[in-house]
Write a protein that binds this ligand. Structure first.
Ligand code: MF3
Ligand code: CO
Length: 256
């Protein structure tokens, strides 16, 4: 069931969204050669709790893994696609990319967003990967309006990515969001004809999160049971925003 939020509920989601934005902006500034993903984790938890919110990912039970996630952030480096875990042993170096994904619960509502950040100079091909992944999200956001359908959003991500010669990950998807971190509907980064194609209505909120590989789309999950990596070792990028359907079109809750 897809829940529709009242204007008052959307304002609460807006507050959560802006907090996530603020946290990611600060973390982006911390990303320099030599910083560890653990330092990002510690800073994020301090900011989120300092704002009177709760980190949404920490202790979140993920059905597919059968475990609770232990961290505030997912920090996925280079060929890691999602669910990379912050670690004191993971020091970023020049030429890396790190995707930072986090969520908060504030006053009963969730915000969830991700960015992928380059560490110093990166190669032109990786730069293009980041540009296209972000572009696919921006184009998908423009599709979020009453009367459009879910597949308009999913198909826009897919087309933008594949037109550029990159591939979308199929096993991890975006989602509805509200008083739960993950709500209906699933928001794949491709048109999944096995799914329903509901019409978008005012008050729905989608977390759109393209995960894009520079090479082949296949992934594997390693022995830590969480970190998903590209099978071919190619780099992967991830951006995410929460977007509300309003009469005036898309409202991106996770940026000012
Ligand atoms: N990027 C995922 C999402 O947006 C991360 C949440 S799952 C958790 O749904 F393991 F981190 F909790
Ligand atoms: Co999400």
């Amino acid at each position: 069931m897809i829940t529709r939020k009242t204007p008052a509920e959307l304002e609460k989601m807006r507050a959560a969204g802006l907090l996530v934005h603020r946290v990611l902006k600060s973390l982006e500034e911390m990303v320099v050669e030599g910083v560890t993903t653990w330092e990002l984790e510690v800073a994020a938890e301090r900011m989120i709790r300092g704002a009177g919110a709760r980190p949404a990912f920490k202790n979140y039970f993920v059905q597919a893994v059968g475990q609770r996630y232990k961290f505030v952030l997912c920090t996925s480096v280079n060929d890691e696609i999602v669910h990379g875990m912050p670690s004191q042993r993971c020091m970023l170096k020049r030429g890396d990319i790190v995707s930072i994904d986090t969520g908060v619960e504030l006053n009963g509502f969730f915000g969830d967003s991700a960015i992928t950040v380059p560490v110093g100079e990166i190669s032109p091909q990786v730069k293009k990967l980041l540009t296209i992944t972000l572009e696919s999200l921006e184009q998908a956001i423009t599709q979020v309006r009453p009367g459009n359908r879910l597949f308009d959003v999913c198909g826009t991500v897919e087309r933008c990515v594949t037109d550029a010669g990159f591939t979308v990950v199929r096993e991890f998807v975006g989602h509805g969001i509200g008083s739960q971190l993950h709500e209906d509907p699933q928001v794949p980064n491709y048109v999944d004809r096995k799914n329903e194609n509901p019409r978008l209505k005012e008050g729905m909120v989608l977390a759109i999160e393209p995960m894009v590989n520079a090479g082949k789309p296949e992934n594997y999950v390693g022995s830590d049971r969480w970190t998903a990596r590209t099978k071919d070792g190619s780099y992967s990028a991830h951006f995410e925003h929460c977007v509300a359907v309003t009469a005036n079109g898309p409202w991106v809750l996770t940026r000012p």
